[in-house]
Design a protein around this ligand. Sequence first.
Ligand SMILES: Nc1nc2c(ncn2[C@@H]2O[C@H](COP(=O)(O)OP(=O)(O)OP(=O)(O)O)[C@@H](O)[C@H]2O)c(=O)[nH]1
Ligand SMILES: [Mg+2]
Length: 302
Amino acid sequence: MRELRSTCLDILAQVEARIDFADDLPPLAEAAIVESLQAALDQVREILATADRGELLRTGLKVAIVGRPNVGKSSLLNAWSRSDRAIVTDLPGTTRDVVESQLVVGGIPVQVLDTAGIRETDDRVESLGVERSRRAAEQADLVLFTIAADQGWTEQDEVIFQRVCDRPGIIVVNKIDLIDGVLELPNRNKPVVRTAAALKQGIVDLEGAILEQVRSGGTSAANLDFAINQRQAGALQQAQNSLEQMQRTIADQMPLDFWTIDLRSGIRALSEVLGEDVTESMLDRCLGSFVLGSRGWGSLKP
Ligand SMILES: Nc1nc2c(ncn2[C@@H]2O[C@H](COP(=O)(O)OP(=O)(O)OP(=O)(O)O)[C@@H](O)[C@H]2O)c(=O)[nH]1
Ligand SMILES: [Mg+2]
């Protein structure tokens, strides 16, 4: 939204400068303006279309649980979704394929993927599962990197962690019921949550940590556009109307004053999507610095 608004402000600055200082400036780059206007409109339409379909609402946040075999990933999924969705056994290599579950966390739809424990294996079925879990981790917005407290941070954990550490993630120390005290971890710059999935403990903390990541912008935005709500969709529709009106104004070769009316109303609408109020005087101030600032308008007379 900020980018779109800044495109519009840029055009507005150029147009208003022509109104105020027509004689001192080269002619308006109309073709370039038409082009960036079209690009802005395309983007607005795309966002609105997806909001309409409600697709983003369904997608939500994709969370992948990854880690060594037997650390309790499937137990975590089951405890979290209050189900027996995934098979749990004490045998490493139980989960062979990605198991999905849909949850809602703090109003956000979350798709949780329980994956096959990652290890080198000769078993063909298991190795296919391991491959899938790698892919799931790559595509997730957030990775829950899970270890078992009674095993500590093993060499194999470190290998897997290195594979996923460039993704936004949370370290889940599971099976804390099996140890006394708190497991010391290497400092890995990720939030840590302690759970005992088999006892359904730590889920509230886990959800809190996930929401914190979402709020702080720690997760990739790819699947987060569902945050657009009814009010924002309305404002975005208004922005679309204004920009379309501006296209007609240009096509009809109306005077520049009309261009600025459409643009200003478009900018106001985009600001509303952002939850910001733009007053005329703010707009003027902003434009003043645009025109007189560092944007290469040096030929302007004082
Ligand atoms: N004590 C204790 N045992 C747990 C906990 N969570 C899981 N377990 C046990 O650990 C074993 C493995 O659990 P799973 O959930 O199947 O582990 P997984 O990580 O999904 O294993 P794979 O699918 O083989 O990768 C089972 O016997 C669980 O009952 C826990 O919090 N505490
Ligand atoms: Mg499993």
